[in-house]
Each structure stands twice: as structure tokens, then as C-alpha cells.
Design a protein around this ligand. Structure first.
Ligand code: ADP
Ligand code: MG
Length: 257
């Protein structure tokens, strides 16, 4: 081939690779928690990650956001390798919004302050502008009437929607969700999933660890099945749920469906 100037990352056909993991390994002592992970998520793609407890799903999310270091391999966000630390890391991290199982809102700040803090501190946005942005996002997730309350005064579903608004306020290129509904009472799961489906429909690039098959079927372009630190299977949702190709995926699905 003549063209030696092809980028090694950044584009796949017309779609830009927003997150790319190449041969990523991580150990916790003896435990090989991420075992040679290769995974690419393109712009606008929604990838659902499922797998048994302890298979490395949270570690994967945390590594993409550099909340965990890795032992070898590379993680690129929008074509740039994640730096070890420093200002460049803070900026790259702002490109990756993260929503955790346990909401993780700042308990001593109001709902509004939770959303304005990042834009003001990291993006140096003026306070009035940050407030306007925050109110727009809170309205979008349906909790604008709670703006001046403290997180503890809100239901779990409302808190999780605030967490989504807080992540969106940084204008992330990709959103990571780590079991965002598994700490919620059943009646609150839908209100959070609806917001996520809305984001997916609007074209947000998303990596979502969840066992909510309804969400996967409705919103996911691809399901990634992890087991023992490895990506065992990648398939479209319908294919994965109806005809998984590995025994371990079949076994897992028989337990959760
Ligand atoms: P999942 O999210 O799929 O349930 P995790 O990524 O949380 O899996 O954990 C994968 C494995 O790594 C588990 O066995 C867990 O106990 C272990 N683990 C996670 N974090 C740490 C840590 N900080 N130190 C040691 N072991 C850890
Ligand atoms: Mg987990």
C-alpha cells in the first residue's frame, strides 16, 4: 500500500473512533482484572457492557477515565493517548463524563452548585453562564425544580439525573455509565433510563455498564460481554440476547433473564 500516512487512530471510515483501547492489561496483585482488552467505540455509538460481577466492568470504566492506571497497552480518547497526570489529564478527563452507581454528588452543595462547579473550576466559565447552562441541563433531565435543594433531599432517581446533568455540563465527548440504575428503587429506574435513551437518540457516544436488557435492546448498537477480565463477545443486542456464541454468555444470560 502506498498510503503510509493513514492515521493509526482517530477515524474508522466516516466515523471517528472516540475511545480506543489497545492491548490493555491491568492486575490487582495476582488478579488479571483487565486481560488484553481491545475495544473501539466510535462517535455516536452506544455500547452496553455486561458480564458477571467481578469481571472487570467497573475497572474498565475507571481506566478509561484514568481513575485507575493500567499496566500496559494504550487508551486513547478522541485520538489522544491518556496522559499519566497533570493538566492535560484534567482536560482529557473533562472529555469523558462519568456516572456512577452511587450518584456521588457533592453532599454539601446544592443541586445547582453540583452542576456549575465543573464548568466554573475546570472550564473557567463565568458564574452566570454556568448557572444558565446548569438550569438548561437540569430542565432537560427533569429536575430543574429541585435546583436549590441539597442532594439528600432528592430521591435516588432525581439524584442520578442530577449526576447526569453534572457530567453533561462539561460537554463530554463520551459518557460512561457504571450500573447507573442498580442502586435505585424499581420505580425510579425508568426515569433514569429514559434520560439515557434520550441522550443516545441525540447521538451521544456512550459506554453503559448495565444489566437492563430493555435499555440495551432499545439503545445499544453493540453489546460487549466481559468475563474474567476479557471481552468474550461483541454483538448486536438482538444477536447477543437471542443467540450468544459463548457458553459463558449463555450461562450468564440464563441467570439474569
Ligand atoms: P465488576 O464491575 O465487573 O463487578 P470490578 O472491575 O469492580 O468488576 O472488579 C473486578 C475484580 O477486581 C474484582 O475481583 C474486584 O474484587 C477486584 N478489584 C476491584 N478494585 C480493586 C482494587 N482497588 N484492589 C484490588 N482488587 C480490586
Ligand atoms: Mg462494577
Amino acid at each position: 500500500m502506498e498510503d503510509t500516512n493513514l492515521p493509526t487512530s482517530g477515524t474508522i471510515g466516516a466515523r471517528r473512533a472516540l475511545v480506543r483501547l489497545t492491548d490493555v492489561n491491568k492486575h490487582f496483585g495476582e488478579l488479571h482484572v483487565l486481560n488484553n482488552i481491545n475495544l473501539t467505540v466510535s462517535q455516536g455509538e452506544v455500547v452496553v457492557v455486561i458480564g458477571p460481577s467481578g469481571s472487570g466492568k467497573s475497572t474498565l470504566c475507571r481506566a478509561i477515565n484514568r481513575l485507575e492506571t493500567i499496566d500496559s497497552g494504550t487508551i486513547e480518547v478522541d485520538g489522544r493517548v491518556l496522559p499519566e497526570e497533570g493538566k492535560a489529564l484534567a482536560q482529557l478527563r473533562a472529555d469523558v463524563g462519568m456516572v456512577f452507581q452511587s450518584f456521588n454528588l457533592f453532599a454539601h452543595k446544592t443541586v445547582l452548585q453540583n452542576v456549575t462547579l465543573g464548568p466554573i473550576k475546570v472550564k473557567k466559565m463565568r458564574s452566570a453562564e454556568a448557572k444558565e447552562l446548569a438550569m438548561t441541563l437540569l430542565r432537560r433531565v427533569g429536575v430543574d425544580s429541585q435546583a436549590n435543594k441539597m442532594p439528600a433531599q432528592l430521591s435516588g432517581g432525581q439524584q442520578q439525573r442530577v449526576a447526569i446533568a453534572r457530567a453533561l455540563a462539561m460537554h463530554p465527548k463520551v459518557m460512561l455509565f457504571d450500573e447507573p440504575t442498580s442502586a435505585l428503587d424499581p420505580e425510579m429506574i425508568t426515569e433514569v433510563l429514559d434520560v439515557m435513551v434520550g441522550l443516545a437518540t441525540e447521538g451521544m457516544t456512550m459506554i453503559v455498564v448495565t444489566h437492563e436488557m430493555g435499555f440495551a435492546r432499545k439503545a445499544a448498537d453493540r453489546v460487549v460481554f466481559m468475563s474474567d477480565g476479557q471481552v468474550l463477545e461483541e454483538a448486536e443486542p438482538e444477536q447477543f440476547f437471542t443467540a450468544p456464541s459463548s457458553d459463558r454468555a449463555r450461562d450468564f444470560l440464563s441467570k439474569i433473564l
